[in-house]
Design a protein around this ligand. Structure first.
Ligand code: CMP
Length: 135
């Protein structure tokens, strides 16, 4: 069943010039880019997006990181897009992510891990409404 997911190409990927490489992987897979926007976010959006993490010890550094430079937010559409994109991204920790995944091939970090994607249909709805209201 076709579904939509929210992806963030995070500031480390933009800084490293990896936006094209990452987009190409999603496109080659057959996913459709429904919307795409480069923006620098403020702490309020970071707190809302990462609501489940705001109390965690790593969150202050994560907020600094995601608000510290431009990121690219996109909406991808495709069959089982939520699970497909999560599999393509790989495990959170780039040092442990499997080769062949975006993080496994391109990241050596647990925090600066290049991409974010919605992890469930409920998260996708919440995140799509937050980042692209009215889409
Ligand atoms: P993401 O998929 O965007 O979801 C939460 C983010 O928090 C995660 O990717 C990482 O960027 C970051 N993160 C998760 N766990 C840790 C951790 N233990 N230390 C630092 N950052 C983390």
């Amino acid at each position: 069943m076709s579904e939509r997911t929210l992806v963030l190409i995070k500031p480390d990927a933009v800084r490293r010039g990896l936006v094209g490489e990452i987009l190409a992987r999603y496109e080659r897979k057959g996913l459709t880019i429904v919307a795409m926007d480069q923006r620098t976010i403020d702490p309020t959006l970071s707190d809302a997006h990462y609501a489940e993490h705001v109390e965690k010890p790593f969150y202050p550094a994560l907020r600094e990181f995601v608000t510290g430079g431009p990121l690219v937010a996109l909406v991808l559409d495709g069959d089982q897009a939520i699970d497909v994109v999560r599999a393509m991204n790989g495990a959170t920790d780039g040092r442990k992510a499997a080769p062949g995944t975006i993080r496994g091939d391109l990241s050596l970090s647990n925090s600066e891990n290049l991409v974010h994607a919605s992890d469930s249909p409920e998260a996708a709805k919440r995140e799509l409404d937050l980042w692209f209201p009215g889409l």
